[in-house]
Design a protein. Structure first.
Length: 285
């Protein structure tokens, strides 16, 4: 037996040489504990756990909201392009986020569209003076490369505009090699860390800048796909790079957050989102 340090949602762990190998809860898919587990398997494991816990989800929760649904995963751990809940189906990207309107079971999802750009936007709590931008940039770049094992070339920007910290992760299909962790998996691990629900076995993330613990009021994660999503929204103009707003990580557990903002300078649009534990909303008509 062994302990899977990078994923606490596993079972049947055994040493294979020097590598700890386990089975992901809910799917039984083998997991290599030397690297990150795919987001699809993590979501499935979390859903499996919630079914037997105190916080049972309403039967109709997934019909009315996107987010922590029970996904169908390929044997490799990636999301299947088509996801369904009963007779309702939709297409997802490599981050498992809905990128089409919901249809009946006849829906065709010809390919799993890659999420090539992830924007993580955090707002820190009010403070007397701004943080040191260079120290902050160094901390997050080192954390992402060391803790989440992402090659530093995929961390394209860490920007500080008090009180907002924005991290850009970019990794298109041609750049990602077989040994690279996926930015969608990195973002999910990071998101859970910031929320205080770490996937790591016993290794909480403490954000300390210049020996001062940093507290966050909220974190928002955005996903941009290589192919624009297919929503029937009048506000989506031709040629606009549409961004699916998928999650708001509320630091106070149990809060339901409603956000409606719009970025003015044309890069991306933020749409209405809600959270229910880990509810990811797409762009709804």
């Amino acid at each position: 037996a062994c302990i899977c340090e990078k994923n606490k949602r596993v079972t049947n762990c055994n040493l294979d040489g020097s590598v700890c190998r386990c089975e992901s809860v809910g799917s039984g898919v083998p997991v290599n504990c030397d690297t990150l587990t795919s987001k699809c398997l993590l979501m499935k494991a979390e859903m499996t756990g919630s079914k037997s816990g105190r916080r049972e989800k309403p039967k109709d929760a997934f019909e009315d909201t996107d987010g922590l649904y029970d996904p169908e995963c390929e044997n490799t751990g990636v999301f299947k392009a088509k996801q369904c809940n009963g007779t309702t189906c939709w297409c997802v990207n490599t981050a498992g986020v809905r990128r089409t309107d919901k249809h009946d079971a006849d829906l065709k999802c010809n390919q799993l569209v890659r999420t090539m750009w992830i924007i993580i936007e955090m707002k820190h709590a009010e403070r007397n003076a701004p943080l040191n931008a260079e120290t902050l940039k160094k901390f997050f770049k080192e954390t992402i490369t060391n803790r989440y094992m992402l090659d530093g070339r995929y961390v394209t920007s860490v920007l500080y505009e008090e009180p907002y910290i924005t991290i850009d992760l970019k990794q298109n299909s041609s750049e990602k090699s077989a040994g690279d962790v996926d930015i969608a998996d990195v973002a999910y691990y990071f998101e859970k860390d910031v929320k205080g629900d770490s996937i790591f076995h016993n290794n909480r993330l403490n954000v300390s800048i210049d020996n001062e613990m940093l507290r966050f009021e909220k974190t928002v994660v955005y996903y941009v796909d290589e192919i624009a999503p297919e929503f029937s929204m009048k506000s989506l103009t031709p040629g606009l790079v549409a961004v699916i707003v998928v999650v708001i990580v509320a630091i106070v557990a149990g809060i339901v957050v409603l956000v409606l903002t719009r970025r003015r300078k044309g890069k991306y649009v933020k749409a209405e989102v809600k959270e229910m534990n880990e509810m990811h909303r797409g762009l709804n008509s």
